[in-house]
Unconditional design. Structure first.
Length: 325
């Protein structure tokens, strides 16, 4: 026979309400939570989240919209979101939109049809009219016309940090290379504040900012660098772009970091224990995921949360910048 919540409560010596609070990650004393979890283990109790969700009009599922699963940052972010949700007995629907606004609209409809309880979204598509402040939705990096909750790394500080790291390593002329979208989002601050800091430091700079979707990137980067042969340091919109720039530089016969130093943005690694693929401005990916989950579940539970959360970045040396002496 399948164990019941009442049997768990009896074995743990608590009320059924306490067991319910444990299951819903509510306020319970650590010692009491440990007793309930031990009783659940002994009885092999399996909570019926589906039936409980129907009763509470919750599905215990969250949708995560990503532009692509191929980008390592998005994959790592999804991993941390799923981990944080699992700790709260929630499941994850991973929605790979490929930048298709129609697909993203369908995912938003899932909330309205009670198929999922809420959405965490990394989206650069034209879906502003479908996003409202009463929708259980947490955005990453992007803000909308409506006052939507969003979580972001400190992109402005990241741009300033990149300029300072290149300056400390002797770069006298630098460049920004990246892509951008028409939609408003925090990542545009990377270029903006990089250039502001360069002016403050008195460093000459140039920029190659390409409208997405990106095409013929290596050719455009090569043409840009041939036109600006005095560039000694480059800051890119993200780590994949940094890797592309390094490849172009090597094809041009330039050595990295001896001739040109390169800093990306994200903090990508092949595996958790590896070093960074390039020198980079490191986003706190785990913190961003956990903050997004915490805020979304608070909204689902009817709580009021801060609309904007900005998390700190740091510099990570990855071999494409010189060591400081």
């Amino acid at each position: 026979m399948k164990a019941t919540m009442k049997e768990v409560a009896k074995l743990a010596g608590v009320g059924v309400g306490t067991v319910s609070r444990v299951l819903n990650n509510g306020a319970v004393k650590p010692a009491t939570r440990a007793k309930v979890e031990e009783a659940m283990r002994q009885l092999n109790y399996q909570p019926d989240f589906y039936a409980r969700g129907l009763k509470m009009k919750h599905t215990q599922t969250i949708a995560l919209i990503l532009p692509t699963v191929w980008h390592p940052f998005f994959g790592e972010f999804a991993y941390h979101v799923e981990t944080a949700l699992a700790q709260r007995h929630y499941k994850l629907y991973l929605c790979n939109s490929s930048g298709d606004s129609a697909k993203e609209q369908e995912y938003i409809q899932m909330v309205m049809q009670n198929k999922v309880d809420g959405i965490i979204g990394i989206t650069y598509s034209d879906i502003d009219e479908y996003i409202s402040s009463n929708l259980p939705f947490v955005s990453i990096d992007r803000y909308f016309t409506e006052d939507v909750i969003y979580v972001t790394a400190d992109n402005a500080a990241g741009g300033r940090l990149a300029a300072n790291e290149l300056a400390k390593r002797g770069c006298r002329k630098v460049a920004y290379i990246g892509g951008y979208q028409e939609t408003p989002n925090e990542t545009k601050s990377r270029r903006k504040y990089f250039e502001i800091e360069c002016r403050k430091l008195g460093i000459a700079y140039e920029s190659l900012d390409m409208l997405e979707p990106l095409e013929h990137v290596p050719e455009k980067v090569a043409a840009f660098l041939e036109k600006e042969p005095e560039i000694e340091g480059i800051f890119t919109i993200n780590d994949p772009m940094a890797l592309s720039v390094v490849a172009v530089l090597e094809q041009m016969g330039k050595s990295v970091p001896e001739d040109v130093q390169v800093i990306g943005f994200d903090g990508q690694k092949m595996t958790e224990g590896d070093g960074y693929l390039v020198s980079t401005i490191v986003q706190p990916t785990k913190m961003m995921a956990e903050a997004a989950v915490s805020k979304l579940l608070a909204v689902i539970n009817g709580e009021t949360v801060e609309k904007r959360t900005v998390l700190p970045v740091s510099f990570g040396a990855g071999g494409t910048t010189k060591e400081l002496t």
